[in-house]
Design a protein around this ligand. Structure first.
Ligand code: G3P
Length: 222
C-alpha cells in the first residue's frame, strides 16, 4: 500500500517563510528519511523554488489560478509552479476560497501542467462536488477547527467517514486527506483508520519550537 501523505501547509506564518520555510523543510526531509513516510510542504510562493532546490521533499503550492500562459498579471500559472519545482498544488483552501468554476479551472490547469491536485473542501457536500473534477486528493477541513488545536479526528470523525464515502461514490480513484487541528500521531492514526490517505496540517508543525519532534510523533503510529 502507498505511503500516507503528511502535507504541511506553511501558510503565511512568520515561522514558515524564508529561513523558517527552510527549517520546516529540513525537518520534513529528515523525518521522511528516517520513517519512510512521505512528508510534503506547501510554502509561500516565493519559497517554492529555493525549498524544492535545497530539499528532497515534495513541494506544493498553496493556490493556482485556472489560466493559460499569456497576458495575465498577478496570477499564479500552473506551468510556472512546475518550473519552480512544485509537484502539486492546493486549490480552494478555506483561506483562499474559489468559485466552483474556478476550482474546476484550477484543477484542469494544474493537471495539464503535470501537477498533483489537492482540492480543499469544508463539508461532505462540497467534497462530493469536488470529487467530480477528479483531483488527486480532496482535503476535508472543517473551517471552525482550522488552527484551533482541536483535532477533526477526535471532534468530528463523522465528517471524515462521510466525506470518504461521498467521494468514493463519485470517484473511487480520488484520495482523501483529513485536515484541521491535526497535531499528534493519534490524530493521524484515527484519520487513516477512518479511510483517508493522509493529513493536511499547519500550525502544530509550523509554530512548533522543534518541528522534528512534532513530525516524529505525527508519523509514529503509521
Ligand atoms: O491547510 C491546513 C490547515 O488549514 C489546517 O491548519 O493549523 O489546523 O493544522 P491547522
Amino acid at each position: 500500500m502507498a505511503s500516507p501523505l503528511i502535507l504541511v501547509n506553511l501558510k503565511a506564518y512568520r515561522e514558515g517563510i524564508g529561513r523558517g520555510a527552510h527549517r520546516i523543510a529540513a525537518a520534513a526531509e529528515s523525518v521522511a528519511d528516517e520513517s519512510g513516510i512521505v512528508i510534503g510542504v506547501a510554502p509561500a510562493f516565493p519559497d517554492i523554488h529555493p525549498i524544492s532546490h535545497h530539499f528532497a521533499v515534495p513541494v506544493y503550492a498553496q493556490h493556482v489560478d485556472g489560466i493559460q500562459p499569456g497576458a495575465h498579471t498577478g496570477h499564479i500559472l500552473a506551468e510556472s509552479l512546475r518550473l519552480a519545482g512544485a509537484v502539486g498544488t492546493l486549490i480552494n483552501h478555506s483561506e483562499r476560497r474559489l468559485t466552483l468554476a474556478d476550482v474546476e479551472a484550477g484543477v484542469s490547469a494544474a493537471r495539464a501542467a503535470g501537477l498533483e491536485t489537492v482540492v480543499c473542501t469544508n463539508n461532505v457536500r462540497t467534497s462530493a462536488a469536488a470529487a467530480s473534477f477528479s483531483p488527486d486528493y480532496i482535503a476535508i477541513e472543517p473551517p471552525e477547527l482550522i488552527g484551533s488545536g482541536v483535532s477533526v479526528s477526535k471532534a468530528d470523525p463523522g465528517i471524515i467517514e462521510e466525506s470518504v464515502a461521498a467521494v468514493r461514490q463519485v470517484n473511487p480513484d480520488v484520495k482523501v486527506l483529513t485536515g484541521a487541528g491535526i497535531s499528534t500521531g493519534e490524530c493521524v492514526r484515527i484519520a487513516i483508520d477512518l479511510g483517508t490517505d493522509g493529513v493536511l496540517l499547519a500550525s502544530s508543525v509550523v509554530k512548533a519550537d522543534d518541528p522534528v519532534t512534532v513530525l516524529r510523533d505525527l508519523v509514529s503510529l503509521l
